[in-house]
Design a binder for this molecule. Structure first.
Ligand code: ATP
Ligand code: MG
Length: 366
């Protein structure tokens, strides 16, 4: 990946621009972690970047990054910039393109995110990022308080990096989080959720949750149930326990699944009806959140007599014929009853037995 990223940097350099790999890729590369995408900083403007890479995508917003997809990698190319007058503790209102890498690095958040690789593969580290990587330390570039006041999302980014990388927060960062945590209310739920997703999906999610609780960010983030999250192996499981679908943005699918998981959390996960009705995935997540043995849930699920209505050894035509009736609402009553009886093994899933059960119980009272 580094070789390909350097090729892209060299294309910009061949056009007489300055260009460096920066940010998450360099940080993770030095830590031996694979990256998903690569950030590039350059003095070329978006228009100029677009001229170098024909099939690139111009940013959708003013001063955004140009996205280039090449060698199967997503590159985010950002013009060196100075940022002014942040409004409401979020994105800056005014940006000025500049020619100088060092100045561009100063506007960034943490030292470990400011290390660069130049076109020859040499490391450039103006702000002591490598020392902090070695010390496993999240340290602010410049005054932490000021950085968090400019953009309060950086508070969550600090916690995200401390969590995902299993790093410590610098004492100045710790103090600044305490001073500025109330500013999180000015950040959109979408941006906050993106960071929280990364914290919760991390192998060190437990540490992340402990940090959030230690700083009382559960209050600022409206995560009332954060201390109830005991098991952290499932992202959707964590969000289900948090029960904030009406505050944070989720797709309808996710909302439905979280509701199901919350329902199942109240039930016995080894109950055949719960397994049948909510399916293996939802039950496994709920079991995980309860600290139950997931294998047992899978075994119980696999040993269900039926897994769907189609598994019943009877069709609706056969039911209608046996009762000599037209289709109607009554069929779903019958189905629900025989599903339950078969699942609890009170009647076998055999056509003849099912038919005689239906005739006996439903023929007269329908
Ligand atoms: P990831 O592994 O999630 O990509 P990243 O550090 O690369 O982590 P990005 O959001 O891709 O994060 O941003 C790229 C770089 O831009 C960061 O490393 C940092 O230098 C800078 N940056 C991003 N967001 C901010 C911010 N809110 N404030 C200051 N600098 C930021
Ligand atoms: Mg990145």
């Amino acid at each position: 990946m580094l070789d390909n990223a350097l090729k892209l940097v060299n294309e910009l350099v061949a056009h007489n621009y300055k260009a460096y790999i920066v940010g998450g890729f360099v940080r993770d590369y030095l830590l031996g972690i694979d990256s998903q995408d690569v950030d590039i900083a350059t003095n070329a403007t978006p228009k100029e970047i677009k001229e170098v890479f024909e099939d690139s995508f111009l940013p959708t917003e003013d001063y955004g990054s140009v996205i280039v997809k090449k060698y199967g990698i997503r590159f985010e190319i950002t013009t060196f910039r100075k940022e002014f007058s942040y409004k409401n503790h979020r994105k800056p209102v005014e940006i000025q393109y500049i020619d100088d890498l060092y100045q561009d690095l100063l506007r960034r958040d943490f030292t470990v995110n400011s290390i660069c690789i130049d076109e020859n593969g040499e490391i450039i580290d103006f702000l002591g990022g490598r020392d902090d990587l070695n010390r496993k330390l999240i340290r602010s570039i410049g005054d932490a308080n000021e950085k968090f006041r400019e953009d309060a999302l950086r508070i969550l980014r600090a916690i995200r990096f401390a969590t995902v990388l299993d790093f410590q927060l610098d004492t100045e960062v710790v103090q600044a989080i305490r001073d500025c945590r109330h500013l999180l209310s000015s950040i959109s739920y979408q941006r906050k959720k993106e960071e929280l997703d990364k914290i919760f999906a991390s192998g060190y999610a437990k540490k992340g949750i402990e940090l959030l609780l230690e700083f009382h960010l559960d209050k600022n983030l409206e995560l009332e149930h954060l201390s109830d999250v005991l098991n952290t192996n499932s992202l959707v499981g964590i969000w289900s326990v948090l029960d904030v679908d009406n505050i944070y943005p989720f797709s309808n699918n996710e909302k439905e699944m979280m509701k199901d998981i919350r329902d199942v959390l109240k039930l016995n996960n080894l109950d055949p009806m719960a397994l049948y009705h909510y399916g293996l995935y939802v039950n496994s997540v709920a079991a995980e959140m309860k600290g139950m043995d997931k294998k047992k849930v899978t075994e119980s699920y696999n040993s269900l007599v039926i897994h769907s209505r189609g598994d019943l050894d009877i069709s609706s035509e056969e039911i209608m014929k046996a009762l000599d009736r037209e289709p109607g609402e009554y069929l779903s009553d019958i189905y629900e009853t025989i599903e339950r009886e078969v699942l609890y093994r009170r009647i076998p899933n055999h056509k003849q037995q099912l038919l005689s059960y239906i005739e006996k119980n439903f023929a007269s009272n329908l």
